[in-house]
Design a protein around this ligand. Structure first.
Ligand SMILES: [Zn+2]
Ligand SMILES: [Zn+2]
Length: 137
């Protein structure tokens, strides 16, 4: 099977992933809601080296989490699509935004985090692992 591919809405940023992209963690933190324009962001945890840009490079917005941690939010500077986010104190890992994949039909939501700030209209599958705050280490 060929590697999963994806990119932004306008096509200025394209990437390939050299890992499985089958497990999605839904993050309901307020920053993800603002950045995505949705109730939550759909994140796939990867090692940074597993995300390879084949066209363009995303722009970085530095966000500060409630904990004080600085988070790089990467997006297309042309169309604004979210691509990934990465903690500045853990740059060997990132979370890819699942909606930017060309095909994620094989992926499943496995966990919900920051459900404390979930929007009232967001539906959560109660049978899944869910956490009021960050995922346990
Ligand atoms: Zn774009
Ligand atoms: Zn979040």
């Amino acid at each position: 099977m060929s590697n999963p591919t994806g990119g932004c809405l306008c096509g200025s940023v394209r990437y390939e992933v050299t890992a499985a992209t089958d497990r999605i963690i839904m993050c309901h933190c307020t920053s993800c809601q603002k950045a995505s324009g949705a109730g939550a962001s759909a994140n796939i945890a990867l090692l940074t080296e597993q995300l390879v840009f084949t066209t363009g490079e995303p722009k970085i917005y530095v966000d500060t989490a409630a904990s004080g941690t600085k988070l790089n939010r990467a997006f297309c500077s042309e169309c604004g699509s979210s691509i990934f986010s990465m903690r500045q104190n853990m740059t060997d890992r990132l979370v890819l935004k699942a909606g930017s994949l060309d095909d994620s039909s094989h992926a499943r939501v496995t966990m919900h985090i920051w459900t404390d700030s979930k929007r009232p209209w967001s539906l959560i599958d109660e049978t899944l692992d869910s956490h009021e705050g960050n995922r346990p280490a």
